[in-house]
Unconditional design. Structure first.
Length: 157
């Protein structure tokens, strides 16, 4: 099992995401909790509101995508390699309207699937992993997100 030696602090992670993905600033996205197997992110309702006074579906989908992307970015920070991390496939299932602050949790049972993902990336120069996130509003699950993420070593592109 890997350690979290050089992973980003929450402050550095949020700054990086806001700089590299500008829409996250407008969404007021914030990573709150991060480990090798868990990420929790949040965004307030106001900058993500729609005409029905609930969270815009595109914002919920974006938060779902970001949760998995952030988990993988953090996990891969320890590695001495240049890589690009992208979403390949994304599916958001909307269960209920989100009427307040949105919180997203992407959690794995263990690091085993991440370790396989990393080993494949090192061996083949690319790797794919599927992640599931739960999206909550005021403590109520309002959506789920399933995403397939791909990492590519820069020298393999």
């Amino acid at each position: 099992m890997r350690t979290s030696g050089s992973q980003l602090s929450l402050k550095a992670l949020n700054e990086y995401i806001h700089r590299e993905i500008p829409i996250t600033r407008h969404m007021e996205f914030k990573a709150c909790t991060i480990s090798n197997t868990l990420v929790e992110i949040e965004a307030p309702l106001d900058p993500n509101i729609n005409h029905r006074h609930s969270a815009f579906g595109g914002s919920l989908s974006s938060l779902g995508i970001l949760s998995g992307w952030v988990l993988l970015l953090n996990y891969l920070q320890d590695e001495n390699m240049n890589f690009n991390l992208v979403i390949q496939n994304s599916r958001t299932k909307y269960l209920k309207p989100a009427l307040g602050k949105c919180t997203v949790c992407c959690e794995l049972d263990s690091e085993k699937s991440l370790d396989i993902f990393l080993a494949t990336l090192k061996r083949r120069g690319k790797a794919r992993i599927n992640l599931l996130a739960s999206i909550y509003s005021d403590g109520i699950e309002v959506a789920t997100h399933k995403g397939s993420y791909v990492a590519l070593r820069v020298d393999q592109q």
